[in-house]
Ligand binder design. Structure first.
Ligand code: BGC
Length: 440
């Protein structure tokens, strides 16, 4: 792997960072926007999830403009949309302006969260693809952590604190916009659109000389048939199996409840009696642990394998949620036990469902259906995220914490059983081997 590839990965992973930042920054603003806009619990759920509706549109748009304009200009456009959204949401004078700004930001989130991993996979040498795609998750987690940190530091800036929190996003967006000038278009897009020489030039900077000719031949070969892939073909016999695996895994990543913590942690802590800044400080601790566990996962995922990590993770997440539910049932939600259980839950998620789902989804699709398949799986991910984000505040108040977390515990157990029965181990196998294996 060349240092050039690493630089490209880091720049494009800024897209992942924006995804993480923009989705998590809302958590620090909840206790302020709820009274400011006069939101009920249901209204809060819809407001938080408004961004995700925009993301659903963004995921679709990514497929269209990523194909037509190329990956790079699409991501540049998304970074401009991020800047616009940051400014509009920070300057919002009423709920409609706020929700519109968040939806616009969501479109950008959908575009970069689809195209950043696709771009990284397209410039990466095959044997490092899994690791480099995991860097995207690392960037997501760093984005979340930056949001938690800046929320914490800005909480005492007065009644406009939530506006400052939201405006911070403009900085990494501008950085991404500028840094993209140094990034070439994806070699796959170049080959597909007849820019063979430029594609070779890009590949020469990313791969060893001996690999370039073979890679160009493989790319050309995959594109000869790729154009014919339709959604009908994607859903039909041999493809249906992998599509279902990626789709269901993406849904499990969300319905096991990660974003109840990522988006609502300060609210949970505030409901449990902590003051605003302590609630945000506890959230920062969550973000740090999220980062540390993700790094551990990146280091061990190729050795331990995907399946054992997913099994360990879903079981550990489930048991942590069970503990959380029991603590609520016993009326101990004000104690440190809740923080400890949440920290265990986060560690298990970041070791498993966090990074591993992206890795598995990016490697189980045959070459020619990968981008469409990814986009379909991502639709499942955002739809499931919306479901959880909208329902969580209502569940928490109507059902109480004990029942809510018990339901998420049951979902984790279902995830464990699904992985046990249906997920093949993909570690150490070439994409072509996987293609053959999964066709059976
Ligand atoms: C998920 C996000 C989540 C994040 C937490 C990502 O893999 O897609 O929804 O907020 O992990 O670290």
């Amino acid at each position: 792997m060349t240092s050039y590839t690493i630089v490209l990965t880091f720049i494009v992973a800024l897209g992942g960072l924006l995804y993480g930042f923009d989705t998590a920054v809302i958590s620090g603003t909840l206790n302020y926007i709820q009274p400011y806009f006069g939101l009920s619990e249901a209204g809060l759920g819809w407001t938080v999830s408004s961004l995700l509706f925009g993301s659903l549109a963004g995921v679709y748009l990514a497929g269209v403009i990523g194909q037509r304009w190329g990956r790079k200009p699409s991501m540049s456009a998304a970074s401009l949309i991020f800047i616009l959204s940051a400014l509009l949401s920070a300057l919002s004078v009423n709920l409609w302006m706020f929700v519109s700004a968040r939806i616009i930001g969501g479109v950008a989130v959908g575009i970069v969260s689809t195209l950043a991993p696709v771009y990284i996979a397209e410039v990466a040498p095959t044997r490092y693809r899994g690791m480099l795609v995991s860097f995207n998750q690392l960037a997501i987690v760093i984005g979340i952590l930056i949001a938690f940190f800046t929320n914490y530091f800005l909480v005492d800036t007065g009644e406009n604190n939530w506006r400052w929190m939201l405006s911070v996003m403009a900085a990494p967006s501008i950085l991404l916009f500028l840094a993209l000038f140094f990034v070439p278009e994806s070699p796959r897009w170049l080959v597909e659109h007849g820019y063979r020489e430029q594609a070779i030039a890009v590949l020469k900077r990313n791969l060893h000389a001996s690999d370039v000719t073979r890679e160009v031949a493989e790319i050309e070969d995959s594109f000869r048939v790729k154009e014919e892939v339709s959604y009908r073909e994607l859903m039909s016999a041999p493809n249906r199996k992998v599509l279902l695996i990626a789709f269901v895994l993406c849904i499990f990543q969300q319905i096991t409840g990660i974003n109840t913590i990522m988006y609502y942690a300060p609210k949970i802590f505030a409901m449990n009696g902590y003051s605003g800044d302590i609630a945000l400080l506890q959230t920062v601790v969550i973000g740090v642990l999220n980062l540390v566990s993700t790094i551990v996962a990146i280091l061990i995922v190729d050795k331990v394998g995907r399946k054992p990590l997913l099994l360990l993770g879903s079981l550990g997440m489930g048991l942590s949620l069970l503990a959380l539910s029991v603590l609520y049932r016993l009326g101990l939600q004000g104690g440190t036990g809740v923080l400890a259980a949440i920290l265990c839950y986060i560690s298990f998620f970041s070791l498993s469902l966090g990074p591993v789902i992206w890795v598995v989804a990016s490697e189980i699709f045959p070459n020619r259906i990968r981008s469409k398949g990814m986009s379909a799986a991502m639709t499942g991910m955002y739809a499931a995220n919306i479901l959880v984000t909208v329902s969580f505040p209502v569940m928490l108040t109507r059902l109480n914490g004990a029942t809510t977390f018990f339901i998420f515990f049951l979902v984790c157990i279902c995830c464990f059983l699904y992985v046990l029965k249906y997920i093949p181990e993909t570690k150490g196998k070439s994409l072509e081997e996987l293609e053959r294996l999964l066709k059976k």
